[in-house]
Design a protein around this ligand. Sequence first.
Ligand SMILES: C[S@@+](CC[C@H](N)C(=O)[O-])C[C@H]1O[C@@H](n2cnc3c(N)ncnc32)[C@H](O)[C@@H]1O
Length: 500
Amino acid sequence: MTADWGGGYVTDIEYTTGYFPSQSPQMLALACLINGIAVDPPWEAEHLHYLELGCGRGVNACVVAAANPGWQVTGIDFMPGAIADARRLATEAGLDNITFLEADLSVFAESAEAAALPMADIATAHGVWSWVGDPVRAGIVRLLATRLRAGGIFHVSYNALPAQQALLAIQRMLREAGRRLAGRSDRQAGAGRDVVKALAEAGAHHFASTAIARDLIARLDDMPVPYLAHEYMNEHWRPCYHADVATALSAARLDYAGSARLVDNFVELVLTPEQRAIHDRFDDPLMRELVIDTCINRTLRHDVLVRGARRLANADRDAILARARIVLAVDPESFHYALKMPAGEATVGEGYRARVAALAEGPRTLAELAPLGGTRANFGEMAMVLVGTQQAHVVRDTTAGPSPRQHRFNAALARRDVRLDNLNAPTVLACLRAGTGQPSRTAEALLVAHIGAAGAMPDPMILAADLLPGEGQTQREELASLLARVVRERLAVWQRLGFV
Ligand SMILES: C[S@@+](CC[C@H](N)C(=O)[O-])C[C@H]1O[C@@H](n2cnc3c(N)ncnc32)[C@H](O)[C@@H]1O
């Protein structure tokens, strides 16, 4: 048995690690600006304090720190193993603008360490709120009330109702069965998962009655057990209605500003005309969100709030967005013009082909891109289609290119994440030009790290021979051909983003 210091949160095994673009400062600022809420654009900020609550093993916080040398970053988590891992990554990457604190958020707000924190401009809590108990949520609210500056941004993600109501029965069964069948949390999660699957196969009504439950059960085997344990074995796992989260956060004088999943901010794309007519009957933003959540299948919400939201005049909002400079992060040939919507796909206007073609030649401001579309300029929509779909970034530093700082971080993360048997797994590269993370495959991270160290493009066959010293010619040729394909597909993107 482990000591019970977690307040019901799983503490006996490590969580998986990941990078989530919805925590990126530029995504959060765009969510606000699209909805006409005043924020200082982070891509224009020399100095900024970014605070991550429940930062886990610190990848996201380290990416923000690595990509923005003038900023200060603080990550807080109560798992000592996670904090030790996060500090190791920061040290290996030589980051001098990040601090990781081991602290329990249920009591941290009243501590001397909290009082000594610089006021945060942006705070995020990804995957925390609906996984922890009331005392932790209350502690987060008290911390934000005192340490997030007026006008500062807070991002909170959480399992959302009513979409997750179908999963309540699965989580309950997985946890209760697992606890009775095994000891350590990951083993409990595995045992609980097997009971859920067996019951589903035996026709258990509540595991088969909705598409969302069937879909989760079909994916259970693909989820690593440490993930399953941190997701479902917590005592206080509790999906929430938006109104309840917004009301709790209003005690810190936080106002709802929009969704970090940028497409969600375009009600005309998210709802059918009939649904929208009902949505539009209400002025109350809580009711509007309730209508949306009732109509679409949004299992995880990414709410963006501001401490004291101020409305911008349209002209002022457009002036900020117009000067945002955009860099393309994908091959123009493979740009996705179809937006994934809850009720299928919406294809963006033809005008975007000309905009993407211009971006393939180099960064452009939204003001420069707008007339290329042939239709009326809507800067918010352009930001959503380009940046919100993770196919482009806002440029923070036009002059940033390959640098020792960028290389040292990307090489440190690659040492941790890349293995020769997982070359297609997701990871991230810190991009100084964009001031944010570039989600990548591990094969890409391996190559970018290699180019950074050697200062030149590798010969795939020589690199494959270095990586597979004991293997035969066939294995080396297979690896060399994979690496050569990644270079062919990604070189232009690496050049645009300043990795080479
Ligand atoms: C589901 S994980 C999400 C981690 C990370 N944000 C991510 O998305 O990968 C929740 C995190 O909250 C942390 N946590 C839970 N209760 C906490 C508390 N009372 N104080 C500080 N951190 C806590 C856990 O240790 C864990 O790292």
